[in-house]
Design a protein around this ligand. Structure first.
Ligand code: BTN
Length: 254
């Protein structure tokens, strides 16, 4: 259980988390954050829940969000982003969550574009969604789902895909400390977004670069060789040509 009053007080002079909306259960923190943003909620407002009944992932997938096992949060960003920035925003957030975990002695791997892995399985997913007014993007919702401890009822089909911080490290990290660390590293990472400061961490801890990947929607394999400054994935095809991938999934094969 989070002590939201205390957290908000400690973040009075910060950008992220000055206002926090906390729920035991919600459909999706991204959906609620979007509603708040449409009503004018400030940049940096956080929506956090112990569980989600309709958590969303990238590519229209659902995100498993049971009670007692994870941290599910969304942050309203009102910087002047354009749709083309969304990949960089997602990658920047992944690098920031990585840095927060480092503060607790945990070194995760970052899988393009939005996942953090430990021991070969996923511990965190990130979903960035735009709020549009006509053609213009009014705000962004940055959604982060982090698996903290094992859920005994995890469906069999997710067992081999998902893991959590406690199972992989034996650490029981207090939720308040983890949230505070994440809000700090996210705030810092976003302050350096235009200079792409996140790229060094993002590249150093990549478990995608140097590996063959399956471009899932294209049913095609290629070698992942690098990232562009906007976090596009540079792949080399078997005929030697290179291409930048900005949409879809790249599944690491080896
Ligand atoms: C993915 O793995 O494809 C992204 C998952 C993002 C999940 C988070 S949990 C908090 C926020 N609310 C949602 O409905 N989704 C994001």
């Amino acid at each position: 259980m989070l002590d939201i009053q205390k957290l908000q007080c400690s973040r009075e002079n910060k950008e992220f988390g000055r206002e926090i909306h906390y729920f035991r259960e919600i459909t999706s923190t991204n959906t609620h954050a979007k509603e708040l943003a449409r009503k004018g909620a400030a940049h940096g407002t956080v929506v956090i829940a112990d569980s989600q009944t309709a958590g969303r992932g990238r590519m229209g997938k659902s995100f498993y969000s049971p009670a007692g096992s994870g941290m599910y949060l969304s942050i309203i960003l009102r910087n002047a982003f354009a749709p083309k920035d969304m990949l960089a925003v997602t990658a920047c957030a992944a690098a920031a969550v990585h840095s927060a975990l480092e503060q607790f002695g945990i070194t995760a791997q970052i899988k393009w574009v939005n996942d953090l892995f430990l021991g070969g399985r996923k511990i965190c997913g990130i979903l960035t969604e735009g709020g549009f007014s006509g053609e213009a993007m009014e705000f962004l919702i940055l959604g982060i789902g982090l698996n903290i401890r094992k859920n005994p009822d995890v469906p069999a089909e997710l067992e081999s895909i998902l893991t959590d911080l406690e199972s992989e490290t034996g650490l029981q990290i207090p939720a308040d400390a983890l949230l505070e660390a994440m809000l700090d590293t996210l705030e810092e990472a976003f302050a350096g977004l235009s200079e792409r400061r996140f790229l060094s961490v993002y590249m150093k801890h990549s478990c995608t670069i140097g590996h063959r990947v399956l471009l899932v929607e294209r049913h095609e394999e290629a070698l992942a060789v690098g990232y562009t400054r906007d976090a596009g994935l540079i792949v080399r095809h078997d005929d030697g040509t290179e291409e930048v991938i900005r949409t879809g999934q790249a599944r690491v094969m080896d």
